[in-house]
Each structure stands twice: as C-alpha cells, then as structure tokens.
Design a protein around this ligand. Structure first.
Ligand code: HEC
Length: 154
C-alpha cells in the first residue's frame, strides 16, 4: 500500500517534471534570439501584391473562400511554430495558383511580412524579413496569442 503510493507519487513527479521542462523549453524558445522582424515597406509592398495576385482567391480580408484556405485564423494555427522558410518556400513554389514559381524572392518575403502583420504579429525591430532560405529557416511562425485570436474572430 505504502509502496505503491510512493511509486505512484514518484511517477506523478516525473511526469510533472517532464511537463514543466517542456513548457520551460517552449517559453525560452519563443522568448529568445531569433525574433521575427519585417519592415513597414515590406508590409506595404506585400499588400499591393496580395491585392493584385492573391485576394481574388484568398479574399480581401484573408478569409478564404470556397475550396480556398483562409490566411488568417486557421492559417496561423496551421503554421504556428513552423520555420518560416517552409511558408516562404510554399508560397514561391505553389502560389499564385495559376502562375506558381513566378514570384521573385523579394515579393515572397513581402507577402510573408504582410501575412504576419495582418495576423497581428508585431515586428521585433525595423529590420526587413530576410529573403535567404537559410536565414528564414531560423525564424518560426509565431503562435497566435490569445488576444489576437480573439480579435480575428468574426
Ligand atoms: C486561383 C486561386 C488562388 C490564388 C490566386 C492564390 N491562391 Fe493561395 N491557395 C489557393 C488554394 C486552392 C490553396 C490550397 C492548395 C492546396 O491545399 O493544395 C492555396 C493555398 C495557399 C497557402 C497555404 C495555406 C495554408 O494554410 O496552408 C498560402 C500561404 C497561399 N495559398 C498564399 C497565397 C498567396 C500569397 C497568393 C498570392 C501571391 C495566393 N495564395 C494566390 C488558391 C489560390
């Protein structure tokens, strides 16, 4: 009786410490080093490209449409914590759907900056979002905060 109680307590303690370690790790990851930065120029440039090449399918407010995914609430949940080179790579390989592979790297970076900005991500500094995949690979798409998720609800 006493023995199984201590065993269970030990088990519970180790489960708890793994959990605590995990959350501490997650917090230090989002809080350290490679914070995402993009410039206001990129956001403005991205908005222009978006209006001309993306909005007809993904919607003026990034709401998506019939058979077209949204680029707001569900999008941010899908891409949260993913290295940003994967998103930039996807956009440059696959979008716009009718002319994939036509976006120059600076347009792709501007579109990513625009999508981050529209989804409530605040740039850490004025530095532009890099275009090089190796540098984008070190940045992660920020997880939506509770407040921005609430703000984007219809
Ligand atoms: C002709 C319609 C169309 C246009 C124009 C278009 N898209 Fe898409 N987009 C789609 C469809 C459909 C999908 C889903 C593709 C799939 O699941 O294979 C998609 C998927 C995406 C995704 C992935 C969404 C996710 O949550 O995984 C992103 C990001 C994206 N598009 C960005 C863009 C950008 C940026 C542009 C403008 C340069 C653009 N799209 C133009 C139709 C379009």
């Amino acid at each position: 009786m006493t023995r199984s109680f201590t065993l269970r307590t030990a088990l519970l303690a180790s489960v708890l410490s793994v959990f605590l370690l995990h959350t501490a790790h997650a917090a230090s990851q989002s809080g350290n080093g490679h914070a995402v930065s993009f410039s206001a120029e990129q956001v403005a440039h991205g908005a222009q490209i978006y209006a001309g090449a993306c909005a007809m399918c993904h919607g003026a407010d990034l709401e998506g449409g019939h058979d077209v995914p949204d680029l707001s609430t569900y999008f941010t949940a899908r891409w949260a914590n993913t290295p940003i080179d994967q998103l930039a790579g996807y956009i440059s390989r696959a979008m716009p759907l009718m002319a994939p592979g036509t976006l120059p790297p600076q347009d792709t970076a501007a579109l990513v900056a625009f999508l981050l900005h529209q989804n409530g991500v605040v740039s850490a500094t004025d530095a532009p979002l890099p275009m090089e995949e190796a540098r984008l690979a070190k940045l992660r798409f920020p997880a939506p905060s509770a407040s921005s998720a609430a703000a984007t609800k219809p």
